[in-house]
Design a protein around this ligand. Sequence first.
Ligand code: SF4
Ligand code: SF4
Length: 287
Amino acid sequence: MKIAIASGKGGTGKTTLATSLSSHLSETQDVVLVDLDVEEPNSRLFIRGDQTHSQSICKQVPEWTGDCSLCGQCQEICNFNAVIKVGTQIMLFPELCHSCRACSELCPESALPLKPRKIGMLNQIQAGNLIFVESRLEIGEQQAVPLISQTKDYIDNHFDESYIIIYDSPPGTSCPVIEASKDADFVILVTEPTPFGLYDLKLAVEVMRKMKKDFGVVVNRDGLGNNDVLDYCDMETIPVLARISNDRRIAELYAAGELIFSTIPEFKEQLLLLERSLELSTVVDPV
Ligand code: SF4
Ligand code: SF4
């Protein structure tokens, strides 16, 4: 089973939930936690173990050989302005390139061969029974999606269906979160009971519905704001899978890089509730 943990808004507690859920499940099952928040991965702060594998991740980008008739076809075909003709030169902007290969294939002089360009690093860590994989985008790289996509390919090639795969997705509702959750069996949307939380939750719900994903909501910092998030979920018949209290002890453990469920019983109860709900997929009674 693949579970993506996402949120419309950053800072809602997505990583807290992803690391806690995967660590707790790994006490009894084979679990892989994958940090796909490649622009700022931070699950590793909570996972202590030994690095067992590391590799570079590359994407294919064209390189101009200079052996060119200056026909301009490459500039015309590129939808991303990643290749432009300037006077007698062809300029390439590899950060903008989507590796579609069109310019390279169409160039009549074969003057744009594709070359690998490093976009990030993938690391695998063994922490007890938990396998943790994270990818980290190179500084200056602008596209998270190719790195997320290749990280998921790595997971598919190395871990079969006997593993529970948990994706710690990027925040937001744009391409990276869509890439991270598009093949998930279930998406957990983490939110907080504030006007900002509700606004971004609505956007995330809209995206999940467009993607036809099964999803449910976990309310973090429950008790902080008002009941609008719960009322919205009730009105939209969205299952609320767990409610994690707004508890200073959780913030203190998070700040210390500690896992929370082993210290705070109320948090563990909510994790157990969530785990039971996930077995039932979307057929869940609101809490
Ligand atoms: S398509 Fe090839 S030959 Fe034409 S301008 Fe681009 S690099 Fe030069
Ligand atoms: S490979 Fe595609 S995206 Fe990249 S420069 Fe060529 S046409 Fe543009």
